[in-house]
Design a protein around this ligand. Structure first.
Ligand code: KIV
Ligand code: ZN
Length: 529
C-alpha cells in the first residue's frame, strides 16, 4: 500500500479484549449453546485475541460451566469472567476463571448520576465504598482485575476520577471506561481518557480500556479515538454483536489499525486471515446473519460491481481496494467437485477448508455431498462448508426430519406431509397452513406438540444461482428460553423444517438442563439454611 507506515518497532501494542461470549451473547436472541461457546472461544484463542470474556458465571450454572471449561481449555488468551460489584458474583467468577493459566475477574458498577439515582439508589460515596470492597475482594482471588465504570461517558469527570482512583488503589490492573449507552462522540471519548489518565494518581501503572456501544453508529470511531486519549485495550465483538445496536466490531478495529498504520501507530496480535472464519462461525451460532455491506466481513465488502471500478481493479487492485481480500480471509470462490469426485478428494477438500472429521462423520458428510452433487450443477467451497456445518449442527439430535412433501401454489390451502425420526421411531403427519412454511411447521407440531413461539425466520442463499442451497435460521422462544436452529438444503422448505426441528431439539436440551439447574439451586439454598 502507498502509505508510509511506522515500523513495527515503533508501534505500540493494543490489547484486543473480545466480549462476543458475554456482551454479544447478552443481546436479545443471540444465546449460544455450551458447545457453540467452546467452539467460538477456541477460534478466538487461535486467532490471537488477548483477552476472552467468556461469560457471566453467576448468571446461571450453564454460564458458569461454559466459562470454567473455556478457562480449562485456554491456550494463550487471558480468560475473563464478568461479575457485578456483589460479593457472591465475584466469588463465583473467581471459581470459574481459576482453571485458566491467566484468569481475570472483570467487575463493574455504575457511576453516572442517572444510574446512581434510579438504578442503584446510592450516593457516590456509597459507590466508592462498594468499589473499595469489591475490587479488593477480586484482587484477593486473582492478580488480574479489571474494573469498569458503567455509564462512564455520562459521569461527571470529577466523580469518575474519584471512582477510578479508588479502583486503582484497591488493586485493579485494568480500568475500563465504557460508553454503555453509545452516547459519546469521538472527541469527547478521547478527551475523557486523556483527562482521567492525566489526573488520577497511579493511572500510569494500569491499562485503560475502551468499551463502546453502537447506538449512534460511532463505536469503532470512538474506540480508535480512545487510543489517541491513552487507552491500550479495546473491548469488541465479532460482527459487532452485542446489546441493542451492538458493540464495536473486532474486525473493524483490527483492520483499521492495520490499514491506517500511517496515522495510528499501533498493532494487535490478531491473525487477520482468520477474521472471515470467525465472522461466519459467530453468525452461524448466534443466528445473526451478517449484512451484505458490512465492513470487512460482509459478502460485498470486496465485490466491485460498477464497470469503472472493475476496469480500475483489473489495471491495479489498489485503485479501489485498500485491503487485500486474503488479508481478512476472503478466498477466491472456487468450483470444487462434481458427482464423480471420490471420497479421497472430498476428504482433501475438507482438510483444505479446515475440517477434520472422524470416519463416521466423514462418511455422512460424503453421502450428503453426493446427494447434493446430484441435485446441484456446480458445487462450491461454500456449499461444502454449509454441508459440513449442517452435519455438525445436527449431530446427536434426538428428532430428525426424514422426508417432506409440500403442496404449494396459488390455489391453497398449502399442505405439508412430513416424516420424522423420533428416538428411532418414524412418524408421519400432514397439516395445512397459510403458506408452505406455515404448513410445514404445523406438520412438525402435529408430531412434536410444543408451546414454543417462532421469533425469527431467516433465509440466505449459500451461493449464487437459482439452484443454490438455502440456509435457514429459526429462533424459538419458550418460557424465556431461546434456541436457534439452522438447516441447509437446496430445497428451502427442507432447510426450514430442519432448522425448526433443530431449534426444538435445542430447546428440549435447555429445558432439561434448566430443570436440573433449578433442582441444584434448590438443594444449594436448602444447604445454606
Ligand atoms: O456496556 C457496558 O457498560 C458493559 C459493562 C458491563 C462493561 O458491558
Ligand atoms: Zn457493554
Amino acid at each position: 500500500m502507498s502509505s508510509i507506515a511506522p515500523s513495527t518497532a515503533d508501534k505500540q501494542n493494543v490489547i484486543i479484549f473480545d466480549t462476543t461470549l458475554r456482551d454479544g451473547e447478552q443481546s436479545a436472541g443471540a444465546s449460544m449453546t455450551y458447545d457453540e461457546k467452546l467452539a467460538v472461544a477456541e477460534l478466538l484463542d487461535d486467532m490471537g485475541v488477548d483477552v476472552i470474556e467468556a461469560g457471566f458465571p453467576i448468571a446461571s450454572n450453564g454460564d458458569f460451566e461454559a466459562v470454567a471449561e473455556i478457562a480449562r481449555r485456554s491456550k494463550r488468551a487471558v480468560i475473563a469472567g464478568l461479575a457485578r460489584a456483589i460479593t457472591a458474583d465475584i466469588a463465583r467468577c473467581g471459581e470459574a476463571v481459576k482453571f485458566s493459566a491467566r484468569p481475570r475477574i472483570h467487575t463493574f458498577v455504575s457511576t453516572s448520576p442517572i444510574h446512581l439515582q434510579f438504578q442503584m439508589k446510592k450516593s457516590l460515596d456509597q459507590v466508592i465504598e462498594i468499589i473499595n470492597a469489591t475490587v479488593a475482594q477480586a484482587r484477593n482471588l486473582v492478580d488480574d482485575v479489571e474494573w469498569s465504570a458503567m455509564d462512564a461517558t455520562r459521569t461527571p469527570i470529577d466523580d469518575l476520577c474519584r471512582c477510578v482512583e479508588a479502583a486503582i488503589r484497591c488493586g485493579a490492573t485494568t480500568i475500563n471506561l465504557p460508553d454503555t449507552v453509545g452516547y459519546a462522540t469521538p472527541a469527547e471519548y478521547e478527551a475523557m481518557f486523556r483527562n482521567v489518565i492525566t489526573r488520577v494518581p497511579g493511572a500510569d501503572k494500569v491499562i485503560f480500556s475502551a468499551h463502546c456501544h453502537d447506538d449512534l453508529g460511532l463505536s469503532t470511531a470512538n474506540s480508535l479515538a480512545a487510543l489517541a486519549g491513552g487507552a491500550r485495550q479495546i473491548e469488541c465483538t465479532i460482527n459487532g454483536l452485542g446489546e441493542r445496536a451492538g458493540n464495536a466490531a473486532l474486525e473493524e478495529i483490527v483492520m483499521a489499525i492495520r490499514t491506517r498504520g500511517d496515522v495510528m501507530p499501533y498493532q494487535t496480535n490478531i491473525k487477520t486471515p482468520m477474521l472471515v472464519q470467525a465472522s461466519k462461525l459467530v453468525a452461524a451460532v448466534s443466528g445473526f446473519a451478517v449484512q451484505y455491506n458490512k465492513a470487512i466481513v460482509g459478502k460485498n465488502a470486496f465485490a466491485h460491481e460498477s464497470g469503472i471500478h472493475q476496469d480500475g481493479m483489473l489495471k491495479n487492485a489498489e485503485t479501489y481496494e485498500i485491503m487485500r481480500p486474503e488479508d481478512v480471509g476472503v478466498r477466491e470462490t472456487s468450483l470444487v467437485m462434481g458427482k464423480h469426485s471420490g471420497r479421497h478428494a472430498f476428504r482433501e477438500k475438507l482438510i483444505e477448508l479446515g475440517y477434520e472429521l472422524g470416519e463416521n462423520a466423514l462418511q455422512d458428510a460424503f453421502n450428503r455431498f453426493k446427494d447434493l452433487a446430484d441435485r446441484k450443477k456446480l458445487v462450491y467451497d461454500e456449499d461444502i462448508e454449509a454441508l459440513v456445518e449442517n452435519e455438525i449442527a445436527h449431530a446427536g439430535e434426538r428428532v430428525r426430519v426424514m422426508a417432506l412433501t409440500v403442496i404449494a401454489g396459488t390455489g391453497g390451502p398449502q399442505k405439508a406431509i412430513i416424516t420424522m425420526d423420533v428416538d428411532g421411531r418414524h412418524e408421519t403427519r400432514e397439516a395445512t397452513g397459510s403458506g408452505p412454511v406455515d404448513a410445514t411447521f404445523n406438520a412438525i407440531k402435529a408430531i412434536w406438540p410444543h408451546e414454543a413461539k417462532l421469533v425469527l425466520y431467516q433465509v440466505h442463499a449459500v451461493t449464487e444461482g437459482t439452484d443454490a442451497q438455502a440456509e435457514v435460521s429459526v429462533r424459538l422462544e419458550e418460557s424465556g428460553r431461546i434456541a436457534t436452529g439452522r438447516g441447509t438444503d437446496v430445497d428451502t422448505l427442507v432447510s426450514s423444517a430442519r432448522a425448526y426441528v433443530s431449534a426444538l431439539n435445542k430447546l428440549t436440551v435447555r429445558r432439561q438442563k434448566g430443570a436440573a439447574e433449578d433442582l441444584a439451586e434448590k438443594i444449594r439454598v436448602n444447604d445454606r439454611i
